[in-house]
Write a protein that binds this ligand. Structure first.
Ligand SMILES: NC(=O)c1ccc[n+]([C@@H]2O[C@H](COP(=O)([O-])OP(=O)(O)OC[C@H]3O[C@@H](n4cnc5c(N)ncnc54)[C@H](O)[C@@H]3O)[C@@H](O)[C@H]2O)c1
Length: 358
């Protein structure tokens, strides 16, 4: 059984523990949190001992792996302490708000040969896994574009934390690197490395919420595809959606509807041109067979709770079976590069390339 050292005893740590608690893959061995009461409450529920300092946790020789989930401003420092112990690590996103810092941490992990999994949870959603599987199993042809929307009403989050927890880190971070990092991760998974970003950003309402009011980023990928990322905190409905346009099919993924729709380009010349291309001069009739072939294959998802199970099972396999984690610190570096490029381009009103970030 894997003996876990927990660095942070907040809500997310408990959710991650709960995902596999029945399966006895691991037990909680020791916990450190800045707030001793938080460590105490966690050990009462999950077992293990309370550590009074981070060093007590890190130096415990019985720990097999670490799980770090803190304020995002504290992740980098925790990783710098934990990586030299040489044990596998799970760290929540975002690792840092600086691509330079994430790159240094990735280099540190490589130097110590320590596998580090990063909590890019949306790649573990059943519908994302299905899209990635479909792309792997069905020749997509050339990728043309990736188009994504992340809309929410930021008011609700801002009002809640101002009222109940004005020091909460959520009031100090922009949603682009903090929350939309999940979407940027998927964009890079499908689109590959990015070459250049051009953003237009609006920040017109005075409020203590660092996220842009609205931002549209045009992204050029190295492979020639284009991306569009639209974030808004001033939309009065929620939407997290993706459109992937390939030569051979288009995929719509609407997370709020838990649905994927796949539209294929008609495969056969006869479907593309109809049975009598020379004789059919009526435009509508000429295209009827083409249009009929473009109906969507729709897949609905009822139960999305397996996402935390999936992410934690990846963690178990990284420790137990020495698997390479699906998302590591290099992934986090590239995601943070894109987040930083998007925001810098909006603020500086110019194109940003990855080289501009270092
Ligand atoms: N991947 C996901 O889907 C997902 C979901 C929720 C949260 N998260 C991430 O998980 C992290 C934690 O979120 P949460 O909701 O559990 O927050 P939380 O406020 O409930 O817990 C954070 C804990 O970290 C402790 N802490 C903060 N700084 C510390 C430090 N320097 N040393 C030791 N302890 C410290 C706090 O005392 C608190 O107990 C965040 O970084 C967040 O981005 C990820």
């Amino acid at each position: 059984m894997i003996k876990l050292g927990l660095y942070g005893a907040g809500a997310r740590t408990k959710t991650l523990l709960d995902a596999l608690i029945q399966d006895h893959f691991y037990c909680v061995h020791a916990v450190y949190d800045l707030v001793p009461q938080a460590s105490k409450a966690l050990t009462e529920q999950y077992g293990g001992k309370v550590c009074n300092t981070a060093d007590d946790l890190i130096c415990d020789p019985e720990i097999n792996a670490f799980l770090i989930s803190l304020s995002p401003f504290a992740h980098a420092e925790a990783l710098r302490k934990v990586i030299p112990c040489g044990k596998p690590v799970f760290v929540e996103k975002p690792v840092s708000f600086s691509a330079q810092e994430v790159r240094e941490l990735a280099e540190l992990a490589e130097q110590y040969q320590v596998p580090v999994q990063v909590g890019f949870m949306r790649r573990y959603l059943p519908q994302t896994l299905e899209v990635l599987k479909f792309i792997r199993e069905n020749e997509p042809g050339k990728l043309l574009s990736v188009d994504c929307n992340w809309f929410h009403h930021g008011d609700t989050e801002m009002n809640y934390y101002l009222q109940h927890s004005p020091d909460d880190f959520r009031l100090q971070v922009s949603q682009i690197p903090f929350h939309c990092c999940h979407m940027l991760d998927i964009m890079l998974l499908v689109g590959g490395k990015f070459k250049r970003v051009n953003s237009v950003m609006q920040k017109v309402f005075a409020c203590p919420y660092p996220s842009p009011d609205d931002l549209i980023a045009n992204i050029e990928f190295e492979n020639g595809a284009t991306g569009r990322f639209h974030y808004s905190s001033m939309v009065y409905y929620g939407e997290i959606s993706y459109r992937f346009h390939f030569e051979n099919y288009s995929i719509k993924l609407d997370c709020s509807q838990n649905q994927i729709e796949i539209f294929r380009r008609p495969k056969f010349r006869t479907t593309q041109l109809g049975p009598d291309p020379v004789g059919t001069i009526d435009f509508g009739k000429f295209n009827a067979s083409y249009e009929r072939a473009c109906f969507p294959q729709t897949i609905n998802f009822q139960n999305l709770s397996s996402v935390n199970e999936n992410i934690m099972y990846d963690f178990v396999q990284m420790i137990r079976d020495k698997h390479i984690p699906s998302a590591d610190l290099r992934t986090a570096q590239h995601v943070q590069e894109l987040a930083e490029a998007i925001e810098r381009s909006g603020k500086e009103k110019r194109s940003i390339t990855p080289a501009d970030l270092y």
